[in-house]
Design a protein around this ligand. Structure first.
Ligand SMILES: [Cu+2]
Length: 223
């Protein structure tokens, strides 16, 4: 092969390599979790169930050490996603199984239950959590545009049945938080956790706190 031919083959291989790197990087950036459909088959006037869990580390995928939410689909399977289709103007029965440890939080307002009905923690009425007591607060479920805030009490970090790989099971240490809220009209409503739980990131607010699929997502309210 002549020197010129070799150079052009090398140039082509280099271009292909660059193309592949760009393609993989774009695919990574585009990655969005699947939207879990909790709206189809809904009968008007009937409530829907939204069952979630919060874990201290997801235990798999590209960020196995990140804190995360998971959601149960209509078949009862746990899905790693924070994007949910919900029917409009419908009562949602929420159950959150909270498996993470907690800590004091910076903004004590986030210890107050707001914007929901009938909040219970392990079967007892829940109105607010003092994050300086007990195991503190692990995460919140908050929908700013709907005025919803629910603090999720932490479990003991040294519990012998502490869950490290999702989905966690009912046999592992957890707190059960239940409440209801009513979906508004059609639209997309951002929700998130307000505990700076992104350990290892600036002020705890990076990483999983900024990434759809972990500590924030969308209520996709559909007709
Ligand atoms: Cu969180």
């Amino acid at each position: 092969m002549s020197r010129g031919a070799r150079a052009s083959v090398a140039g082509m291989l280099f271009a292909i390599a660059v193309g592949l790197v760009v393609f993989v990087a774009m695919a990574f950036l585009r990655t969005e979790p699947p939207t879990v459909d909790l709206a189809s088959g809904h009968q008007a006037g009937k409530p829907v169930d939204l069952t979630l869990q919060t874990v201290g580390s997801i235990g798999y995928g590209i960020h196995p050490e990140w804190v995360s939410y998971l959601v149960k689909d209509q078949q009862g399977k746990w899905i790693h996603s924070t994007l949910w289709n919900l029917p409009a103007h419908t009562t949602v029965h929420v159950t959150i199984l909270q498996y993470d440890s907690g800590s004091p939080i910076r903004n004590q307002q986030r210890g107050l239950v707001t914007g929901v009905g009938g909040a219970m923690l392990n079967g007892k009425r829940l109105t607010n959590v003092n994050s300086y007591e007990g195991n503190g607060i692990g995460h919140t479920f908050s929908v700013p545009s709907l005025g919803i805030n629910v603090p999720l009490v932490g479990v003991a970090g040294n519990a012998k049945d502490f869950c490290n790989v999702a989905p966690c099971t009912m046999q592992e240490a957890h707190n059960t938080v239940t409440f209801t809220f009513k979906t508004p009209g059609v639209g997309q409503y951002h929700w998130q956790c307000f505990v700076p739980c992104g350990l290892g990131y600036l002020y705890g607010n990076g990483g999983p706190m900024q990434t759809i699929g972990y500590m924030d997502g969308l209520l996709k309210v559909v007709a």
